[in-house]
Design a protein around this ligand. Sequence first.
Ligand code: 5AD
Ligand code: SF4
Length: 454
Amino acid sequence: MPIRIAHAVDQAPHAGAKRLFVKSYGCQMNVYDGIRLADLMKPQGYALVEEAAGADLIVLNTCHIREKADDKLFSDLGRYKRLAPQAILAVGGCTGQALGAQIFQQQPAVKIVFGPQTIQRLPALLSKALRGERAIDTDFPELEKFDALPTPGAYGASAFVTIQEGCDKFCTYCVVPYTRGAEISRPADDILAEVQALAAQGVKDVTLLGQNVNAYEHAGVGLAELCRVVGDVPGIARVRFTTSHPNNTTPELIAAFAPPAQGGNPKLMPYFHLPVQAGSDSVLARMNRNHTVQSYLDIIAAVRAVRPDVAISGDFIVGFPGETEEEFQQTLALAAHVGYVGAYSFAYSPRPGTPAADLPDQLDEITKKNRLAALQAVLDASTAAACATFVGQVLDVLVEGPAKEANQLRGRSPHNLAVNFSYGAADPAALVGQLVQVQITTSTPRSLVGSLSV
Ligand code: 5AD
Ligand code: SF4
């Protein structure tokens, strides 16, 4: 699930501090890695800055999930090289892992290459680069990064915490098993310590991250129990998790969505991101998803049985090799049927080294583009309809900061929808980072609008 979050920057880098510019592409796990990378470089005298021009070190924390992400990296590299000719250019993240030393060949200005599992080794790589040598490290040392990185800094009231890395599912389109390696769950105690440190800095809302978090398991602790203990940390008001594969949705996890009176987890928000990818069993089989459309719908029905208002979100891929018009129509029908509150959809992008890239019947770009537009129209309508259902309700909103409109703040609803609201005579600065009640008066196609409820 791609999102864009600018890394919080140090407000006033002290004189003499070296300047670090980090750009994260792709998923939230990369955003989390980018934040930890900045935390790691702080004791090395690097302050995070907002502009690449003038930076001493530029780290591009890359995504390899679709071809477009790679293209963007190489165009950005050219731009940053011109903008900051003095800077050491480093490529980390999933493209660093996948392409390795090839990146030096494609863009000789790059001095450092590393992968998602070796960010903790950046200081050593940097020393080497400062000596004028090319530095590369694309190992997969299990969990070393979590042990080696400092306690995370908090940037606002919401935080991501990676609980699991890698993926063992091997969907035929996907590079993740190759870029992030095998599925490994972090010990619950380590995760708890991190959440406690974040809560002590004012974090109230935690999203537990992994490629397949519902398969989380460490020393007998599964995701449902982990959500419970994380929610019990003093100060934590909201827990979410993302992203999930349908097959690992346990009865315990479903039960955690129930109201507290029925034994559910009071901190677990009614939001479930459950990618399906396609609405046709034959496409799902070619994708090696190991589930059917019906088994996916059964899970949604089971979650709705305990929590009828749960917001379901998902991911779709259109134009998978061999996708017929009929198979695509089945995807459209599923997208219309589920009632998604939000969903992400992508045109299939063949990734070198994945099985689907070698399948016959690759679809042409125009067909993929047309199918994507048709699916997005259905999903947009679904999101708009879901937003409209909240009009008239009073919702708990975690305030993130000023909205674009004057005299308004923005925040998130329990269902993870963006809410913009007017705050009347209240002091806006005092509300940021707090949970407030907002009377929803109108909705837009993707968000809610209201006013502070007093
Ligand atoms: N092409 C297009 N979309 C992809 N995704 C993963 N691999 C590909 C690919 N090769 C999408 C899936 C996944 C999301 C993170 O990215 O929908 O859930
Ligand atoms: Fe992109 Fe996947 Fe890597 Fe996240 S894990 S950055 S989505 S390739």
